[in-house]
Design a binder for this molecule. Structure first.
Ligand SMILES: NC(=O)c1ccc[n+]([C@@H]2O[C@H](COP(=O)([O-])OP(=O)(O)OC[C@H]3O[C@@H](n4cnc5c(N)ncnc54)[C@H](O)[C@@H]3O)[C@@H](O)[C@H]2O)c1
Length: 243
């Protein structure tokens, strides 16, 4: 039997990039997925390509009501067993160029969104007998990152929130782990000039970007029973960038 037969997984920011790849791999392994995103056209097209085991809904992770709709959509598919808090924004600016608005925008999407997501899924996961939450942080949540004060603040926060939630939720049989990707070849990095992305690889011992598929395989491991004794862990997937 496939690893995720009978399981329903909710992925925020699932319309493209890493979240979309996680959805593809999960459906291939028997899961049903609910994809939330603010990118409606991309999300709807992805769900259509995945067939009846994928549902897309417009979801802004900063809005509690959108989380409630997403959880309801998952339960309509047969319960809620996993959450990937994957939605994120990266609008890099150095400390002295960062406005309070830019700082707050990152906090709302990357950090508050993750908090709201964890809160929203707990009752449904309890009804399902337990579950697994994967919070997508970054190597920017493991070490210093240039020109990214606001993004870094949120990704370090996710690391701590993961550990706090892991303790709170262990009695409910809900595991919480964080994933810390290095540079991954998705649209997110297009905000930086190509030569900057190339130069940044000098700090990556493996000298290449990772792929969405490589991250998705790790996320599936953390969602699955293969990681049954792991909670509160922080896993870098970064070609050695955080060493
Ligand atoms: N690409 C990288 O190099 C890299 C490195 C480390 C961590 N990450 C993290 O990985 C995660 C996935 O990023 P990606 O690489 O797939 O990039 P991406 O930009 O393709 O995906 C991010 C998704 O989040 C969605 N999103 C943004 N704001 C949202 C909101 N308010 N509500 C719902 N959805 C929203 C976007 O529409 C997009 O689909 C993010 O949390 C990102 O910070 C990415």
């Amino acid at each position: 039997m496939a690893r995720f037969t009978g399981k329903v997984i909710l992925i925020s920011g699932g319309a493209r990039g890493q979240g979309a790849e996680e959805a593809r791999l999960l459906v291939a392994e028997g899961a049903r997925v609910v994809l939330g995103d603010v990118l409606e056209a991309e999300g709807a097209a992805l769900a259509a390509s995945l067939g009846p085991n994928a549902v897309f809904l417009r979801q802004d992770v900063t809005q509690p009501a959108d989380w409630a709709r997403a959880v309801a959509a998952a339960e309509a598919l047969g319960g809620l067993h996993g959450l990937v808090n994957n939605a994120g924004i990266y609008q890099p600016k150095a400390l002295m160029e960062t406005t309070p608005e830019l700082f707050e925008r990152h906090m709302r999407v990357n950090q508050l969104g993750c908090f709201l997501g964890m809160q929203a899924v707990v009752p449904a996961m309890e009804r399902a007998g337990g579950g697994a939450i994967v919070n997508i942080s970054s190597t920017a949540g493991l070490r210093g990152s240039p020109h990214a004060i606001a993004y870094s603040a949120t990704k370090w926060a996710l690391r701590g929130m993961t550990k706090a939630a892991a303790i709170d939720l262990a009695p409910l049989n809900i595991r919480v782990n964080s994933v810390h990707p290095g540079p991954i070849d998705t649209d997110m990095l297009k905000v930086r000039p190509a030569e900057v992305n190339q130069r940044r690889l000098q700090a990556v011992p493996m000298r290449r970007q990772g792929t969405a598929t490589e991250v998705a395989k790790l996320v599936l491991f953390l969602l699955s029973e293969d990681s049954a004794y792991m909670t509160g862990s922080e896993l870098a997937i970064d070609g050695g960038a955080s060493l």
